[in-house]
Design a protein around this ligand. Structure first.
Ligand code: 3SL
Length: 241
């Protein structure tokens, strides 16, 4: 097993493909995806383009769909929901397909959608992702952080470190055996630094500060919660989890 971390979709190679790609967008797309599926959503289908989302979702029964749209942290006009995981209660999402577009997370997913296995992780479902990796033991794993418009995001790389740290300790593997690129060691060091103050990390991260300016305080708290949801969002067809 070899793990590679990429800080942004733009830094993710295009000339090869891993056995398993894990997309991370802690604030907030992959936290929302895990929460929605855990609450009984039928599936989450992702789009980078809002017009395509509208066109495809139009073909779905209106009472079985929800349009989720976020740009710059705010709900896209005409969508049913913005990207707050706290909107995804069973009352709202059960039995529905979420048609979702966000600034960075859905773009990161599309970047690796041709990998044989694509899953998403956030802190909320980190443990379930680690259990899946321990069971299936993919030879090559890429953890693709969504970042923010091409730049590094503190919370995504810390989550990558949280996944790797847990995998190493559960499997009794030294990190030197698993690390495929330098970013792996950086991610684990970052997680060590913040592991006991993840809520503070959310508030320190530049996107966390952006969300705080939009008064999404409860989202920041929820996104810092670790191992509270036992769902494995896994791609069943390109763009559908
Ligand atoms: O960039 C994204 O994909 C979103 O998760 C950003 S936000 O947290 O919804 O603002």
């Amino acid at each position: 097993m070899k793990i590679f971390v990429y800080h942004t979709p733009e830094l993710t190679p295009t000339d090869s493909i891993p056995d398993c790609a894990i997309v991370v967008d802690v604030l907030r797309a992959t936290t929302t995806i895990a929460t929605a599926l855990n609450a009984g959503a039928e599936a989450v289908q992702v789009f980078s383009d809002i017009d395509e989302l509208i066109e495809v979702s139009e073909k779905w029964p209106a009472d079985k769909r929800l349009r989720v749209g976020e740009r710059g942290g705010q709900k896209v006009e005409g969508c049913d929901l913005g990207n707050s995981p706290l909107n995804c209660t069973p009352e709202v999402v059960e039995g529905k397909r979420l048609f979702m577009t966000t600034t960075n997370g859905t773009r990161a997913l599309q970047k690796v959608q041709n990998a044989p296995v694509v899953i998403t992780s956030a802190l909320v479902n980190r443990r379930t992702v680690v259990e899946y990796l321990m069971t299936t033991k993919p030879e090559t794993i890429w953890i693709v952080a969504s970042g923010w418009e091409g730049s590094f995001s503190l919370e995504d790389t810390a989550c990558a470190g949280a996944i790797i740290n847990s995998l190493c300790s559960e499997m009794g593997y030294p990190i030197d055996n698993l690390g495929g690129n330098d970013e792996v060691f950086g991610a684990v060091a970052l997680y060590y630094q913040w592991q006991n103050q993840l809520y503070k990390l959310m508030n320190t991260a530049s996107h966390g500060q952006r969300l705080a300016r939009l008064e999404c305080y409860d989202d920041l708290k929820y996104c810092a919660d670790t191992d509270i949801v036992t769902v494995l969002p896994i791609q069943s067809e390109p763009g559908v989890l």
